[in-house]
Design a protein around this ligand. Structure first.
Ligand code: SF4
Length: 258
């Protein structure tokens, strides 16, 4: 299984560079059997991928993680996107019991007071629902770009998530934000109104601010924390990512990024 997964990833990394994003999605669908899940945050990269998947009727599930703390503009875009394409974006939610325990423990905005509390919130609201969204999937598509952060420069188009036994693919990995913005404008793809107000990377409302001139794209995420510790746990390569042990969770949050 592991060798086969590695071989599949190697073949994708050889094929992807010469292809357009649509061809990459089609190639992934043709070469990877089973469920393929695309997780969208409804950011501009993800909106481009959603457009390609829906307009070409690709058999790829489009799923979002509704943390319950998203911006009103994000919910508006979610609705607008479903109306435009006539397709449902499936949502995964935090487990009610875990969320109640979290709020009992740290309060409604506890994430501001310590990195551990913030990571606990991301764990309940994002990581656990993500793990459920990917259960049984053969491939996971995300909209990461190489130039979004230093962490992402060394990533590949495709990688093996051995813990989950799936391929993770980023079809827009070598695209720039300007190229994606040009595509969405040209094709009338709906995008989040917040992008036009300085929010280049959009997550939960209490944890995202607009960036200032000269700041990097993701500077507005968890801005109150030490820059090197701003992680939430969705995009990790470490097998510890899906383990429940405290040690594994610590490793997960130390190395994750979104
Ligand atoms: S980004 Fe903020 S509100 Fe959202 S899950 Fe993480 S800590 Fe909680």
């Amino acid at each position: 299984m592991s060798a086969a997964l590695d071989a599949r990833v190697e073949a994708l990394n050889a094929a992807f560079p010469a292809m357009s994003p649509l061809e990459r999605l089609q190639h992934l669908r043709e070469t990877v059997p089973g469920r393929i899940v695309f997780t969208t945050s409804l950011g501009i990269e993800d909106q481009m991928l959603t457009h390609l998947i829906f307009t070409n009727a690709l058999k790829i599930e489009v799923v979002t993680l509704d943390t319950g703390r998203l911006f009103p503009e994000t919910y508006t875009l979610w609705q607008e996107t479903e109306e435009k394409y006539g397709r449902r974006i499936k949502a995964k939610y935090p487990q009610a019991d875990a969320l109640e325990s979290l709020i009992d423990d740290q309060g409604i905005n506890g994430f501001y007071f310590a990195p551990e509390l913030r990571k606990a919130c991301c764990g309940v609201r994002k990581v656990e629902p993500l793990n459920r969204a990917l259960e049984g999937a053969s491939a996971w598509i995300a909209g990461l770009r190489r130039d979004q952060s230093a962490n992402r420069e060394s990533m590949e188009f495709a990688s093996a998530d051995h813990a989950r036994g799936l391929v993770k693919a980023n079809p827009l990995f070598d695209w720039t934000r300007a190229e994606i913005a040009a595509f969405t404008a040209r094709h009338g793809v709906p995008v989040n109104a917040l992008h036009g107000r300085g929010f280049l990377s959009i997550g939960c409302a209490p944890c995202t601010r607009a960036i200032r001139p000269g700041e990097v794209e993701r500077a507005g995420r968890w801005w109150w924390e030490d820059e090197t510790r701003r992680e939430c746990g969705l995009h990790v390569d470490d097998p510890a990512a899906v383990s429940d042990t405290e040690e594994a969770k610590a490793a997960l949050f130390e190395r994750a990024d979104i």
